[in-house]
Design a protein around this ligand. Structure first.
Ligand SMILES: C[S@@+](CC[C@H](N)C(=O)[O-])C[C@H]1O[C@@H](n2cnc3c(N)ncnc32)[C@H](O)[C@@H]1O
Length: 212
């Protein structure tokens, strides 16, 4: 029962004691993943960048600082009202200036135009999508042709919590996610190990291919 409750809060944190504890955990342990994702996705100062399932907003904060040209824009989506509010507070100056826009919505239905985004990044998020192909199709829709997405995870930790039945179903497996990406128009889909001080994390790269 605790595993189910933890899984629910990781996948959709609510403004409860359990959600608050999960939010503290995300801030304490996932900064490395978020900052690595930002670094690996090759953000240019004038890019339009999207983070999926941003949680408390640590990655958004790093990415916003890189978008120094006036055309640079950052978008975040998360369907947890609690995480949307937490990140909105953290990024309030960027939101006020129009540099950052945060949407409280599902990744499977984003209020974004077609072919808008140059770079996408996310950490610890796809495991919770009920339909990987649906999510991947929607991400592909909003990406520019040739846009790059970077997904960062610490596979050993994810496998350990999946073994305790904290995660729903088997969608956490990178192979399932990478197959969904290939099936929905992404190319150059590959996973690499990244050494970060004493820990090894994984980055999954994918390019949004589109015919003109
Ligand atoms: C485990 S938390 C990870 C948060 C942050 N990226 C990190 O690594 O610390 C997963 C986040 O993804 C969000 N999320 C999961 N599925 C989503 C979906 N289908 N649409 C929007 N947000 C989603 C959750 O609300 C939550 O904030």
């Amino acid at each position: 029962m605790w595993a189910e409750m933890l899984g629910k809060q990781l996948g959709h944190p609510t403004r409860t004691v359990a959600g608050w504890l999960v939010s503290r955990y995300l801030k304490a342990y996932n900064r490395i993943l978020e900052e690595s994702a930002v670094q690996l996705c090759g953000i240019q100062p004038g890019h339009t960048v999207l983070e999926l399932g941003h949680g408390p907003g640590l990655g958004l904060q790093s990415a916003a600082k890189l978008l120094t040209e006036s055309t640079g824009r950052l978008i975040g989506v998360d369907y947890s009202a609690y995480m949307h509010q937490t990140a909105s507070e953290r990024l309030k100056e960027f939101v006020a200036s129009g540099k950052v826009t945060l949407h409280h919505c599902d990744i499977a239905a984003m209020p974004l135009a077609d072919s808008l985004v140059d770079r996408v990044f996310h950490c610890n998020c796809y495991y919770f999508w009920p339909d990987l192909r649906k999510g991947a199709t929607e991400i592909h829709r909003v990406m520019k042709p040739g846009g790059v997405m970077v997904t960062v995870l610490r596979l050993s930790s994810v496998a350990a919590i999946a073994a305790k039945r904290v995660l729903p179903a088997e969608n956490w497996r990178p192979e399932a996610y990478m197959t969904a990406l290939r099936d929905t128009g992404f190319t150059d889909v590959r996973m690499e190990d990244i050494q970060h001080k004493h820990i090894t994390i994984q980055a999954i790269y994918a390019t949004a291919s589109k015919s003109d």
